[in-house]
Write a protein that binds this ligand. Structure first.
Ligand code: G6Q
Length: 544
């Protein structure tokens, strides 16, 4: 990566911002009927309309310059060639290799990783196929009908989001997810399940994560109480890089699916962490999911920056975060089954780029990762869209939409589409005081009432949005969508010069929870804390 002074490079965007702020987007559209054509593109099966952004050709050119001077392409190529771009953990970042479709070798630390990737994938396929067909059964010979994935963070959010998104493809086996250490999570999940027909996947890269091991031990107790301890081998599989710990939990050697330290947790749904997905949708659909991601990877690796969808989305995010100081970004799928997509992206984006130091450890003096949030439309329209349209914060939005619904409810889908397009149009156009006044006059409202009411009915407009349109939410499309956002996050991390692949910010809380546990349990005195923490401990003990 080139030597850089990020703040200086970002400051160069200011002249563009000042120029752009002089003109409302509605005028940009009025002045240029080619805007949609100019500012939209395809990548595989995804279509992106980014014309409803506060951009012109000149500001985009500056953004592409920024990508070049920040060394986005160099870092991308370093990642793909297996260099340890995750410097603080001294690791390569090779999740793209998990879905790579070519026969070429991928070398990490002198080893060809393509062969072990294919081996694990084949083992997953063989297991999934036998389990789904009833060739492999539970300890009493009954067919497994329910699978519970026990994992948290990267070992939960990806698979949980994906099986929900692909629910029309789920057959034979019903997937469940337990992540929270809160006992209500496992209790509610086990309630109604039959131990004889339930399989648990303990999904943990390290196999030491407290929440996951606590849940795994409770699940094991539940199963042993019903079927005896000898049944554990038939009802538990593991996904981990810590093979020794899996074996000592009692998991059979051939039911441990491995992965590698060059797969970050939040980038691991493509690895054996996706086993619950494969069990639920079948191996062929899982292959399509990988193929969809690989298609986006090829696009990201080869398309020129100016026609590179994740690069464009990443740059627009930097534009708003740094030149305009907008601090949040909403992802609003008009696709109910993407109900967990925003939660998934929160980890992908905020754990990756929520950083305050550069790669060399020096503090940043510019803003980095935005707050990412969202909910599916149209529900959000009846809730928080008020603020998006008329609040004091400007919130750039991504709308996600399938042209075809999975179900035979055409009227529903047409209404969904109309609402999605209407929102981006409304955000861009807004409504002027003159339009409001005219409308109210037309409705016969008195001049006096109009004076009072009109300001409340004005929409400033000029609010940016992207629209990502695809034919249908299939495994392949979903693979492409996730990869698109992964690369977008990469581009932003490269520009902000942060390490997008570590997550030290999650450690302090874990460390303090460990120290607090004996005090919560009452084994140690509630001392040596600040008076708030101490007071809470005492209050808690008095309420137990
Ligand atoms: C993701 C993080 C984190 C991780 C969980 C679970 O990038 O590393 O979310 O996935 O903490 O870790 P284990 O898989 O090791 O249990």
């Amino acid at each position: 990566m080139s030597e850089q002074n990020v703040a200086q490079d970002l400051a160069k965007l200011d002249a563009d911002r000042q120029r752009i702020e002089q003109i409302h987007m509605r005028d940009m559209f009025r002045n240029d009927p080619q805007r949609f054509k100019k500012f939209s593109l395809c990548a595989g099966e995804l279509f992106l309309d980014y014309s409803k952004n506060r951009i012109d050709e000149k500001s985009l050119a500056s953004l592409f310059d920024l990508a070049r001077t920040s060394g986005v392409e160099t870092l991308r190529d370093q990642m793909w060639s297996g260099e340890h771009i995750n410097s603080t953990e001294d690791r390569a970042v090779m999740h793209m290799a998990l879905r790579h479709q070519g026969n070429d070798q991928r070398i990490v630390d002198g080893e060809n990783i393509s062969a072990p990737i294919r081996k694990v994938l084949a083992a997953m396929r063989a297991y999934a196929t036998s389990l789904r067909s009833g060739e492999i059964n539970g300890s009493t010979g009954k067919k497994i009908t329910d699978v519970v994935n026990i994992g948290i963070g990267g070992s939960d959010l990806g698979p949980a989001m994906v099986v929900r998104a692909l629910s029309p493809f789920v057959s034979e086996i019903k997937p469940h997810f337990v992540s929270n250490v809160d006992g209500s999570d496992i209790a509610d999940t086990l309630n109604g399940l039959n131990p004889e027909t339930t399989l648990f996947i303990v999904a943990s890269k390290t196999f030491t994560t407290d929440e996951t091991m606590t849940n795994a031990n409770s699940a094991r107790k539940w199963l042993s109480a019903a079927l005896g301890d000898a049944a554990v081998g038939d009802h538990f599989v593991a996904v981990s890089t810590n093979l020794a710990a899996c074996a000592s939990f009692g998991i059979q050697q051939d039911r441990i699916f491995g992965f590698w330290d060059w797969v970050g947790g939040r980038y691991s749904v493509w690895s054996a962490i996706g086993l619950s997905v494969m069990l639920a949708i079948g191996a062929d659909h899982f292959d399509d999911f990988l193929i969809g991601a690989a298609e986006l990877d090829q696009h990201f690796l080869t398309a020129p920056l100016e026609q590179n969808m994740p690069v464009i989305m990443g740059l627009l995010g930097v534009w708003y975060r740094n030149a305009f100081d907008f601090s949040t970004h909403a992802v609003l799928p008009y696709d109910e089954r993407l109900g967990r997509f925003a939660a998934y992206l929160q980890q992908q984006d905020m754990e990756s780029n929520g950083k305050s130091v550069q790669r060399d450890g020096t503090s940043v003096n510019y803003a980095t990762g935005p707050i990412v949030w969202g909910e599916p439309g149209t529900n959000g329209q009846h809730a928080f869209y008020q603020l998006i349209h008329q609040g004091t914060d400007v919130i750039p939005v991504d709308f996600l939409l399938a042209a075809q619904g999975e179900e035979d409810y055409p009227v529903h889908h047409e209404k969904l589409v109309a609402n999605c397009f209407a929102q981006s149009e409304a955000l861009m156009l807004g409504k002027t005081i003159e339009q409001v006044t005219e409308e109210l006059h037309g409705a016969g409202v008195s001049s006096e009432a109009i004076k009072e009411l009109a300001p409340h009915k004005v929409f400033p407009g000029n609010r940016p949005s992207n629209t990502i349109l695809y034919k249908k939410l299939t495994p392949k499309t979903l693979g492409s969508l996730i990869a698109l956002y992964e690369h977008k996050v990469f581009v932003q991390g490269a520009i902000w010069n942060v390490n997008s692949y570590d997550q030290w910010g999650v450690e302090l809380g874990k460390q303090l929870a460990k120290a607090l546990l004996p005090k919560v349990q009452g084994h140690e005195a509630a001392t040596a804390h600040d008076c708030s923490t101490q007071g809470l401990l005492q209050r808690f003990q008095s309420l137990r």
